[in-house]
Design a protein around this ligand. Structure first.
Ligand code: FES
Length: 151
């Protein structure tokens, strides 16, 4: 298994304490999301989900690989994959088992370091448990070589 590239310095620092930080960030994100729905309603949450953020360029993610990016303006981490030439996907890197950060690639699968769940790098679908749900996926768009997500 190879570890994911991490071109963002701040994310590298986060990765040094990845297990506890990732889990805390995941649950904090859940709390924020739940609060958002409760306070502002589903319609406003849907509007917030349509904001577009620049993540990287197509050259930052090689074919058959995945790279973690911190989108500072949204304060979220995004896992960009290129399963085949010219096909890019954007995932929430929080494992759907217990929320730890996906940090490796094995063949065409993304691998969680904690209990070794594996997810398809094209669909985010579970290839190996204990996770049961697919990774969350962001809408990805490209303008030229620039990759954006809606989050
Ligand atoms: S947290 Fe990822 S497999 Fe358990």
């Amino acid at each position: 298994m190879s570890e994911l590239n991490c071109p963002n310095r701040r994310l590298t620092e986060v990765n040094e304490g990845k297990l506890s930080l990732s889990r805390r960030n995941f649950f904090a994100g859940l709390a924020i999301a739940a609060g958002s729905v409760g306070l502002t309603g589903i319609a406003e949450s849907a509007q917030a989900a349509t904001k577009k953020y620049k993540v990287c360029t197509t050259k930052d993610v090689k074919v058959g690989s995945a790279v973690l990016f911190l989108v500072k303006s949204a304060n979220i981490m995004v896992l960009i994959t290129q399963p085949k030439a010219g096909t890019f996907r954007a995932f929430n890197p929080a494992c759907t088992h217990e929320g730890f950060q996906i940090n490796g690639v094995q063949g065409n699968n993304l691998v969680c370091p904690v209990h070794q769940a594996q997810f398809d790098m094209t669909t985010g679908g579970v290839k190996r448990g204990p996770a049961r749900k697919a990774l969350g996926q962001y809408k990805l768009t490209r303008t030229g070589t620039t990759i954006y997500i809606n989050a």
